[in-house]
Design a protein around this ligand. Structure first.
Ligand SMILES: NC(=O)c1ccc[n+]([C@@H]2O[C@H](COP(=O)([O-])OP(=O)(O)OC[C@H]3O[C@@H](n4cnc5c(N)ncnc54)[C@H](OP(=O)(O)O)[C@@H]3O)[C@@H](O)[C@H]2O)c1
Length: 258
C-alpha cells in the first residue's frame, strides 16, 4: 500500500500552478483531494480529470481564503465528510506589482497581505482543531526565497513570505505536543500563472521573467511536497529551499542570452 493512500489532503489555491500540480500528484498517490480556489470552472475540470484517472474521492469548494467567515463555513462543511485532514497544503498566494516602494499600489499590498498572510492564518486556524482532535496531521506552507532575502521592488510580497516563515516556525513550536508536522517549501522561480498575475495579465512581460533559463515547474514543487509528505512518521522536513539550477538567489540568475 502506498504511504499516502486514503489520506485526505486539503489544498488551497488548487485551480492553477503549484496547487493544481499537488492535486494531481497526491491523487496519483491514492489520496483523497479536497481543493479550493475562486475559479469554479478550473476546479471543476481538475476534479473531473482526477475522478476519471484516479480511484479517489474529490471535493472542491469555491472559496476566497481572505473571507474568514467563508473559510470557517467551508471547513465545517468538509469536516462533516472527512473526519481528518491528514495534510493541509497552504498554497493560495500571489504577488501583485513589481515597483519601487513609492510607486506601489496600496490595493496590491492589501491583496498580498490578505491572501498570503491572513488567508493562510484563517485556513490554518479552521483546520487545526480537526488535526488536534485526531492527534495527527501535516501542514505544508508555501513560503518562498522571498521569505529568506528581501529583494528590490518586492517590499510587501517579501514581507508576506517572511511572515509565512515566522508563522511556520512559531506554529511548529505551539503544536509540537499535538503530533502535527509543519513544513515550509520555499521555491525560487517556478513558471506558473504567478508572473502573469504579478503583471496584471501581461503575458509578454511574464515570459521575460523566465527568458534564457529553465525555471522550475509546478510539478517539480509537487514532487518535492510528496517527498516531504512521505518521510517516516518520526521525520519532519522543517523547511526546504528549491531553485532552478541556473538561479543562485533572488538576485542572481544565469541566462543564456545574457
Ligand atoms: N511561482 C513562483 O515562482 C513561486 C515562487 C515561490 C513561491 N510561490 C508561492 O507558491 C504559491 C502558489 O503560486 P503559483 O506559482 O502556483 O501561482 P498561480 O499559478 O498564480 O496559482 C495561485 C493559486 O492561488 C489561488 N488563489 C489566489 N488568491 C486566492 C484567494 N484569495 N483564495 C483562494 N485561492 C486563491 C489561485 O486560484 P484562483 O485565482 O482561482 O482563486 C491559484 O489557484 C503562492 O503562495 C506563491 O506565493 C510561487
Amino acid at each position: 500500500m502506498k504511504k499516502l493512500e486514503n489520506k485526505n489532503v486539503f489544498i488551497t489555491g488548487a485551480s492553477a500552478g503549484i496547487g493544481k500540480a499537488c492535486a494531481y500528484a497526491f491523487a496519483n498517490e491514492g489520496s483523497n483531494i479536497i481543493m479550493c480556489a475562486r475559479r469554479k470552472e478550473k476546479l471543476e475540470k481538475i476534479a473531473d480529470n482526477i475522478k476519471n484517472d484516479f480511484n479517489v474521492d474529490v471535493d472542491y469548494y469555491i472559496l476566497d481564503v481572505t473571507d474568514q467567515k467563508a473559510v470557517e463555513e467551508k471547513v465545517y462543511e468538509l469536516s462533516k465528510k472527512y473526519s481528518n485532514i491528514d495534510f493541509l497544503i497552504n498554497n493560495a498566494g500571489l504577488a501583485k506589482g513589481l515597483n519601487k516602494f513609492p510607486d506601489d499600489k496600496i490595493d496590491d499590498w492589501e491583496d498580498m497581505i490578505d491572501t498570503n498572510i491572513k488567508g493562510l492564518l484563517y485556513v490554518t486556524k479552521a483546520v487545526l482543531p480537526i488535526m488536534i482532535k485526531n492527534n495527527a496531521g501535516h501542514i505544508i506552507n508555501l513560503g518562498s526565497i522571498a521569505g529568506h532575502e528581501a529583494y528590490p521592488k518586492g517590499a510587501v510580497y517579501c514581507a508576506t513570505k517572511f511572515a509565512v516563515d515566522a508563522i511556520t516556525k512559531s506554529l511548529r513550536m505551539d503544536i509540537l505536543e499535538n503530533n502535527i508536522k509543519v513544513t515550509s517549501i520555499d521555491p525560487g522561480m517556478v513558471e506558473t500563472e504567478f508572473s502573469e498575475i504579478r503583471f496584471y495579465g501581461d503575458k509578454e512581460r511574464a515570459k521575460q521573467v523566465y527568458k534564457g533559463l529553465k525555471p522550475l515547474t509546478a510539478e517539480d514543487i509537487a514532487e518535492t511536497i510528496i517527498f516531504c509528505a512521505t518521510r517516516p512518521e518520526h521525520v519532519n522536513i522543517n523547511e526546504l529551499v528549491i531553485m532552478p539550477k541556473s538561479q543562485a538567489n533572488a538576485f542572481i540568475s544565469y541566462r543564456k542570452n545574457d
